[in-house]
Design a binder for this molecule. Structure first.
Ligand SMILES: Cc1cc2nc3c(=O)[nH]c(=O)nc-3n(C[C@H](O)[C@H](O)[C@H](O)COP(=O)(O)O)c2cc1C
Length: 391
């Protein structure tokens, strides 16, 4: 009897290999429309309104789940008012929108770097109409940015890294981050007060083992909690058509997943049953990456006010840009830091590992740090999608 290979797939179904063969010739490279914003930032002329050039860089900032929740009001000359797009939130995994605020901060910092590059000082006033409360955001602006021409403004070398910075979720080699790179990373955040940061690596093998174990556990909780998994599914973009149409979220473009999706074997409307083999294999793949992760980077703030969250995002992107300049990759691991009930034990454990005692102290970022392979950029929607069109 001819042996027909059969693949077990997401949702527990099976699929004959020949059907997949049809797609095996396809590339998993993202469609060019999804990546056009990266190209635009490097080729665009500054033009008569330099704000657009600055924004072309700011939208390349990292954002949790690549939601790109940035809305800008350009009606006031020489100023940019930033709002958070309240239609683009993660209510299950980020119930108090802490990561949303960090992601507003990454945008502001990259915007400021771009402004400096053009000889402008970006005077950033956070929450000019008052901070939102601790549990939910409001429609008031996150920041008012006045752009002031200033002969004393000097370009920041981190600017050059904006187009090279990418979140790297691949396996890192076991080489420890070079001490001078770690020093540069810390140095990039020196202007932020009330921030404690560090790296847990080769010097602390026992601690690092606990960090690895915790990251594995927290990831598993997120994948096995139906509503948090479904929230991720909502922002998954599978295949070139969806990726090019949305240009946000997390892209899945491997021929295998596209094939499953095409024949209805990857149903994003339902969470897989407990013990599902596809989820188990995703956990295994992630565990393999974690088990050799050479170092973890962390950032703790002395309170958890909205402005502190925004500033934590500003500091994080600077650290990631500095890491990029030294050939280092970063991959945030927010799962254990997330405030939903199923993560309570993991949330307590990361605080214990980082000796965070005072209730108001908050772990804002925890990330893998190491030398990874080259990865592709993530999609962006382009500047126009972020400009508030008001009468
Ligand atoms: C506040 C914040 C939290 C993030 N958390 C995670 C995370 O838990 N897991 C992950 O894989 N990526 C995380 N990321 C990275 C984003 O998913 C990433 O920035 C986005 O997909 C865009 O990709 P890029 O950074 O390569 O441009 C986070 C980014 C930010 C700013």
């Amino acid at each position: 009897m001819q042996r027909r290979s059969v693949l077990r797939v997401l949702g527990g179904g099976v699929m004959a290999a020949p059907a997949l063969g049809l797609l095996s010739a396809c590339s998993s490279a993202l469609p060019p429309q999804a990546l056009a914003a990266w190209q635009a930032a490097t080729t665009m002329e500054v033009g008569t309104d330099p704000r657009r050039w600055m924004l072309a860089h700011a939208i390349l900032a990292p954002h949790s789940h690549n939601l790109q929740s940035w809305l800008v009001d350009l009606r006031e000359p020489d100023a940019i008012t930033l709002h958070c797009d309240l239609t683009r939130l993660l209510p299950e995994t980020d119930p108090y929108s802490r990561q949303m605020m960090m992601s507003q901060g990454t945008f502001l910092e990259v915007l400021a770097l771009a402004a400096q590059e053009q000889g402008y000082r970006a005077d950033i006033r956070l929450f000019p109409q008052g901070e939102p409360g601790p549990s939910r955001l409001d429609t008031k602006p996150t920041a008012h940015v006045r752009l002031v021409r200033d002969a004393s403004t000097r370009p920041d070398p981190l600017f050059a890294q904006i187009v090279h910075r990418h979140t790297n979720r691949e396996k890192y080699d076991d080489r420890a981050p070079a001490p001078d790179a770690v020093k540069a990373l810390f140095n990039s955040m020196k202007d932020f007060t009330g921030l404690r940061y560090g790296v847990v690596g080769d010097e602390h093998p026992k601690d690092r083992a606990q960090h690895r174990a915790l990251a594995m556990q927290a990831w598993q909780v997120e994948l096995e909690t139906p509503r948090t998994l479904l929230e991720s599914y909502r922002w998954l973009r599978v295949g070139p058509t969806e990726i090019a149409q949305h240009r946000d979220g997390i892209s899945l473009n491997s021929p295998f997943v596209r094939a499953l999706s095409a024949v209805g074997l990857f149903d994003r409307s339902k969470a897989p049953a407990p013990g599902d083999s596809a989820i188990a294999s995703q956990i295994q793949t992630f565990n393999d990456k974690l088990s050799t992760t050479p170092a973890f980077f962390y950032m703790v703030t002395a309170d958890n006010r909205r402005s502190t969250q925004v500033n934590a995002g500003r500091a994080y992107v600077r650290a990631q840009l500095a890491a990029t300049a030294h050939g280092l990759s970063m991959h945030p691991l927010q799962q254990a830091l997330q405030e939903y009930p199923e993560q309570t034990a993991n949330y307590a454990e990361i605080r214990r590992l980082l000796a965070v005692d005072r209730p108001e102290d908050t772990v804002q970022m925890w990330a893998r740090l190491g030398y990874g392979p080259t990865v592709e950029a993530a999609p962006r929607r382009g500047v126009e999608a972020h400009i508030l069109k008001k009468e």
